[in-house]
Design a protein. Structure first.
Length: 609
């Protein structure tokens, strides 16, 4: 067995007095010098140059300080059972656990946020048709007491899905508590052993706060509070829309406990440098205050003076908190990585509620602004606040999309036009007899052209493959896009059997049923030419007409606006005076296609299909 990985000596040829060996848990033997080199011991420990023994720690064990998890060079077995390398291996294992925790947290948070957005949409769309019985509502005390009061309402069945989502978010947040994280569990085990063995010289195990993934816990708590706002906003909206003519019901609310939780969220986020969660804490505090102030009727003469003063003070403090949150957002305005992205819109909506009073439509608008997404997979990094994070996609969101996206579209169009022109020149040059190509027995002129250009069947097949293979690859892209659109329609109840097609596969993470629907439709469409080519052309023409109508209408309206001299909002990317020419030519071309695509391809037409 080869033990020296430098001199390639076997175990029997090694002098153990000069170079001791270490036996791994998987049964392999290596010299200490070889394994120390693989484990990069000199990076983590001070080595005595005279005898080669470890004399002390060189650096503290920082998070993500190791690039890879070192293992047995022969079989990749674990080295965690070898005490000499335990510190290095366990440091990497803890790092991997932090990565897995963050990845799981981000993935679960995205799922729950999407689920909450779906519940919020269901409540908003059904509020006009829901029964609104007259009932007194009192929401005060702790969150638990508020939930009990909501569940006792006559409309309690309306909130079953939302409360189920809240329970899932609460369970998710509990799993991210400080006491449940691996670093804290290791610390608790060491501390228990140290206290049980008083005579043993076990040092107290301490670690910095950056070891714990507290940002994920704050993120879950923020989502939990947002879920409460969704439910409470709907309860208040339902009360405000009570059926006219019935006895007026009473609504009494006190969200002091909710605002206290928002304070705790903002304070914890400030201590852990979680910028977004700090802003969310201030924003949610102001949101609860806006709902409470919105139910206050200043024209009611029976309201005591103390209540009026309390309402004004609450409103002023909420506005002050929004100003502080806005100041934090402005510090990151224009940065490539803005942790407060999208928060300004919510801040402005809540400020409008405070300044102008809350209405049902405004409340729905604020709740709708809460829907957000999170993406996070890929390479792992730590920000300047020591939070682990991932890059979702290599490009992620485009910087300055108002300018760069139109430029990329125009550039790609010009490049494709040049390439298509070159392809057309080559095609015309090698086409040969046009009548022979158009009258080919295959029914596809491109096949005859490839044969006339290649002069042999292998060459013709090669040329056809150059066209067919990109078409097949393009089908996968279009299939993914169309299946996504079908799933979106099903999610919004826009298709028959929407509940069936909106399901996303739990393991594959794709809308497999929507994909099967679009694939089946494509396969069935391919069977139509077998029965009637005329019917197939009619179906394709109808689809093309609809597509070009979607192009024609915006181009035509923009063209008419410019001709009439109407004021058009300035844009970051503009063609100035060329816009009239482009919109006009696009409208003419789209009209030309819409008219002529419906005509038969030959003069030998027939009314029979």
């Amino acid at each position: 067995m080869q033990a020296d990985l430098v001199m390639f000596e076997t175990y029997g040829d090694i002098d153990l007095n000069e170079d001791p060996c270490i036996f791994t848990g998987c049964g392999h033997i290596f010299t200490l010098s070889s394994m120390d080199g693989i484990m990069d011991m000199a990076k983590h420990y001070d080595i005595d140059p005279t005898i080669g023994d470890i004399s002390g720690l060189k650096t503290s064990s920082e998070p993500f300080s190791s690039d890879e998890l070192k293992s047995c060079p022969t079989c990749r077995g674990s080295l965690r059972s070898r005490a000499r390398y335990g510190r290095i291996v366990r440091r990497k294992l803890l790092d991997e656990s932090a990565k897995k925790l963050t990845a799981w947290s981000n993935r679960t948070h995205a799922e729950l946020a999407e689920r909450l957005a779906s519940d919020r949409e269901q409540l908003m769309t059904s509020i006009d048709t829901a029964l609104k019985p007259s009932q007194d509502i009192k929401l005060d005390g702790s969150q638990l007491e508020q939930h009990r009061a909501i569940k006792k309402l006559r409309t309690n069945t309306r909130y079953r899905r939302a409360f189920a989502t809240r329970h899932a978010i609460q369970t998710f947040a509990d799993k991210l508590r400080k006491e449940e994280q691996l670093h804290q569990r290791v610390r608790d085990l060491v501390e228990t052993a140290r206290r049980q063995n008083v005579d043993s010289p076990i040092a107290e195990f301490t670690f910095s706060g950056v070891e714990l993934q507290l940002r994920e816990h704050l993120q879950a708590n923020s989502l939990l509070i947002r879920c409460d706002t969704v439910i409470i906003c709907d309860v208040v909206s339902m009360h405000n829309r009570s059926t006219a003519g019935r006895m007026e019901s009473v609504l009494k609310i006190d969200f002091a406990a909710n605002r206290a939780l928002c304070d705790e969220l903002a304070k914890a986020a400030r201590e852990t440098h979680s910028i977004r969660q700090e802003v969310e804490g201030q924003l949610l505090w102001a949101h609860f205050a806006a709902i409470e102030c919105g139910t206050f009727d200043a024209a009611d003469e029976d309201i005591p003076r103390e209540a009026i003063v309390y309402r004004e003070a609450l409103n002023d403090e909420a506005l002050d908190r929004l100003t502080r949150a806005e100041n934090v957002c402005e510090r990151f305005t224009g940065n490539d990585l803005d942790p407060t992205q999208g928060m300004i819109v919510e801040i402005n909506d809540v400020r409008r509620m405070l300044n102008e009073g809350v209405s049902t439509s405004e409340m729905k608008m604020v709740v709708a602004a809460m829907a957000k997404e999170f993406r996070g997979t890929g390479h792992w990094y730590r920000c300047q606040n020591s939070h682990p994070f991932t890059v979702g996609e290599c490009g992620d969101e485009v910087k300055d999309p108002e300018i760069r996206v139109p430029k990329s579209l125009v550039t790609s169009y010009c490049v494709n036009a040049v390439v298509a022109f070159g392809f057309m020149i080559v095609l015309l040059f090698f086409m040969g007899d046009p009548e022979k190509a158009l009258g080919t027995a295959t029914g596809w002129p491109i096949i005859q052209i490839c044969y006339q250009a290649g002069r042999t069947l292998p060459a013709a097949n090669t040329l056809k493959a150059i066209v067919i293979i990109p078409s097949i690859i393009g089908y996968f892209n279009s299939s993914a896009s169309v299946s996504r659109l079908s799933w979106a329609f099903a999610r919004d109840d826009g298709l028959p059997f929407s509940e069936y097609f909106e399901v996303v596969h739990p393991k594959l993470r794709i809308p497999i049923r929507a994909l099967a629907l679009t694939t089946t439709a494509s396969m069935l469409l391919l069977l139509v030419p077998i029965g009637s080519a005329v019917a197939f052309n009619a179906i394709v023409s109808l689809a093309i007409v609809g597509l070009y109508f979607s192009y024609l209408m915006p181009c035509l309206f923009a063209f008419m606006q410019r001709l009439n001299g109407e004021t058009i909002a300035p844009s970051a990317y503009s063609w100035a005076r060329w816009g009239v020419v482009l919109y006009g030519s696009a409208s003419v071309y789209a009209t030309f296609v819409i008219i002529w695509i419906c005509f038969p391809t030959t003069c030998r037409w027939s009314l029979r299909i």
